[in-house]
Write a protein that binds this ligand. Structure first.
Ligand code: OAD
Length: 239
């Protein structure tokens, strides 16, 4: 693959903007396209507040299954490279749409989770948050007796304003944005590459397929995260 490596120190503020394709090589299915989660499941039955009110057991089972599948998945080299860059560069942030926790498992800490996390549950009555660890059986009820829902953004939910504000602030001042594995169809996340570009940042896309947003990147690398990230950052490859 003919890819010009990036020198991270040429940039003041780097943002990795990641989507489901970032985790594909770890064995986590993407949402759209062949084999995608929304081809197999109807989100109206498992991923919206109305479905939860109608049939909480079914919705919780879907998310418990996703957590269970994740216990067999490991972060791949692309996740490790991003984690290594975060340690060696003063201003690297990951803004992710993913709820799988794989960036954290690869050692990353500066992560903004736009769509929440499968590894947190939230009391549907009081909002109290419970943290889950890998392999832990998830409770279905809060101590107060109410259902615990995944602390994630479902279809129809609003994103957390503070989370969007933090992400927008960093995207607005970054000088390098690398979008990895997102179809860029879900807003407001899909607007971040345009914002970065408008503010003068270098914008790079990594995706095996062209997306609706490919036109706005300075460079689109048509390849997988696990192939392209090591080629872009050869010095960040960890053992
Ligand atoms: P999508 O499933 O919409 O898109 C995944 C993208 O990853 C596609 O463009 C693929 O071509 C690309 N891809 C596949 N394999 C890849 C690989 N190995 N390396 C790099 N890219 C690869 O996922 P998202 O864009 O993340 O929302 O979807 C956005 C949101 O829609 C998700 O956060 C989720 C979903 O409904 C919520 O859960 C709220």
């Amino acid at each position: 693959m003919d890819i010009q490596p990036i020198t991270p120190t040429d940039y003041r503020t780097i943002v990795f903007f990641t989507g489901a394709g970032m985790s594909a090589e770890s064995g986590v299915p993407t949402y759209r396209g062949r084999g995608g989660i929304w081809a197999k499941y109807n989100w109206q039955e498992v991923a919206c507040e109305e479905a939860f009110r109608r049939n909480p057991g079914k919705v919780l089972e879907f998310h418990a299954l996703r957590r269970q599948q994740l216990t067999d998945c490991q972060p791949h080299q692309g996740h490790s490279i991003i984690g290594a860059l975060e340690n060696s560069h003063p201003d690297v942030t990951i803004i992710t749409q993913n709820i799988d926790g794989l960036h954290q498992r690869a050692g990353s800490q500066r992560i903004i989770e736009l769509h929440g996390s499968l590894w947190r549950l939230r009391c549907s009555r009081e909002g109290k948050v419970y943290h889950l660890s890998l392999g832990e059986k998830s409770p279905v009820r809060c101590q107060c007796g109410a259902w615990l829902r995944p602390d994630i953004i479902w279809f129809g939910d609003c994103l957390i304003p503070d989370v969007v504000q933090r992400a927008t602030e960093i995207v607005g001042r970054c000088d390098l944005l690398i979008a990895v594995g997102t179809s860029a169809v879900v807003w407001p996340a899909a607007g971040f590459p345009q914002l970065a570009r408008d503010q003068g940042a270098q914008c790079i896309e990594i995706n095996p397929e062209a997306t609706e947003m490919s036109f706005l990147y300075h460079v689109s690398h048509q390849g997988s995260a696990g192939e392209v990230l090591p080629a872009l950052f050869p010095d960040a490859i960890t053992a």
